[in-house]
Design a protein around this ligand. Structure first.
Ligand code: UD1
Ligand code: UDP
Length: 366
């Protein structure tokens, strides 16, 4: 079959949140057909399927079902399956998003087949090459032919690395999504009542970075910190966290309410009403900034320095229980005046650029 459309390559939870506004803009602006390949990196319903349902993302056209457990196996398996898919169809371009292994695998498979690759959320740098995501970002940016930067800092990074001519500032697709999502969540979600929570009566926490959850001593220290907070903590547990709590026999304190991963609408409503968010997620720190809930980030550094500069995000570099309690109790008032992540139209800007570049294009050239 000759599809002659662009192909989104997605696989992990944050990818789904990020393509939703782009898919919506494609539907509204028309002119460019698209298909979706799901790599299978995340597969539980609460890590994958629910996002397609809640965010009106069309069901994937292709399921690659990559099951590799190590980085190389996961990336390699996705590449092999994508290569076969791209050889069986004609895609005008591949679009990859963010910094997960599915992103790098998509960019590598596409660029080696000389199919142009567009990277959404390009130019972010943590300057910590021990993070697999940093390797994925750098490699993906350098082999992609169209780069969409979510912030001016990201644009500056791309310029410094000689990639300016392929780059454009789009703003951040997660900002688009939260503006739309909150309105829906406020109408539809009953999560506060379900969990018996009062607005500003609880902390919301997530953890999934390998350096926080795969290391038993570090994980025990973080859970000890959260257990000392005076209010309830809703800990929406990523599968990686749940597996490691069990593996190390760590029992959270009685103030911690462990939940399954939550759907996006419930989760962002919890973000909006929390006293503070404590997380090591990339996307959640930024969502906290968008909706005005102070954030404590359990990481040595962040790609989203604008949130720190605004006083809205405190980095806890050395993640001891004492440091976590101190940061969670800090009463510094954030300054939310600046809007460093665009105007909430990133999806439309990206689609306009994709149309300008790929509409009515039949040949595969970089
Ligand atoms: C991945 C990304 C990380 C991103 C995170 C978002 C890479 C290198 N890491 O990390 O950048 O912040 O997703 O959540 O791409 N698992 C399940 N069910 C699922 C999904 C995963 O049980 O639906 C298990 C896997 O089997 C594995 C573990 O969780 O044991 C980790 O999954 P993996 O995708 O490898 O890495 P994440 O930690 O999720
Ligand atoms: N999220 C969600 N339910 C949860 C935890 C997170 O819907 O239980 C959403 C969150 O609102 C954000 C995205 O998932 O949009 C962030 O994904 P994650 O933290 O897994 O990845 P990261 O951003 O660190 O790559």
């Amino acid at each position: 079959m000759d599809t002659n459309s662009i192909l989104f390559v997605v696989g992990a939870r944050p990818n789904f949140v990020k393509i939703a506004p782009v898919c919506q803009a494609l539907r509204e602006q028309g002119g460019l057909s698209y298909q979706i390949a799901h790599t299978g990196q995340h597969y539980d319903r609460m890590m994958s399927g629910i996002f397609f349902e809640e965010l009106a993302i069309p069901a994937p056209d292709f399921h690659l079902r990559a099951e590799g457990k190590t980085h190389a196996r996961q990336t390699g398996e996705i590449m092999m399956k994508l290569e076969a898919l791209c050889q069986a169809h004609t895609f005008t371009a591949l679009v990859v998003i963010g910094d997960v292994n599915s992103t790098l695998a998509g960019a590598l498979a596409g660029s080696k087949l000389q199919i142009p690759v567009a990277h959404i959320e390009a130019g972010l740098r943590s300057f910590n090459r021990c993070m697999p995501e940093e390797i994925n970002r750098i490699a993906t940016d350098h082999i992609s032919s169209l780069l969409f930067a979510p912030s001016h800092t990201a644009m500056a990074n791309l310029k410094r690395e000689g990639l300016e001519s392929r780059s454009c500032f789009s703003g951040d697709v997660m900002y688009d999504m939260i503006l739309k999502g909150l309105k829906i969540a406020e109408r539809q979600s009953s999560i506060l009542a379900e969990l018996r929570l009062e607005p500003r009566g609880y902390y919301l926490a997530t953890l999934h970075r390998p350096y926080n959850v795969d290391d038993g001593r570090q994980l025990r220290e973080i859970i000890a910190g959260l257990s000392r907070l005076e209010e309830k903590v809703i800990l929406a547990a990523h599968p990686r966290l749940r597996k490691n709590l069990k593996r190390f026999g760590i029992v959270p304190g009685s103030n911690i309410q462990l939940s399954e991963p939550l759907g996006y609408l419930d989760f962002i409503l919890l973000e909006k009403n929390a006293i503070k968010i404590v997380t090591d997620s990339g996307g959640i720190q930024k969502e906290a900034f968008f909706i005005g809930t102070p954030c404590v980030t359990l990481r040595p550094e962040t790609e989203w320095m604008e949130t720190v500069a605004a006083g809205a995000n405190i980095l806890v570099k050395c993640r001891t229980a004492d440091a976590i309690v101190r940061a969670a109790s800090c009463e510094k008032v954030p300054q939310y005046g600046n809007k460093p992540y665009g105007n909430g139209r990133a999806g439309e800007i990206i689609v306009e650029a994709l149309q300008a570049r790929f509409c009515c294009r039949n040949t595969q050239t970089t």
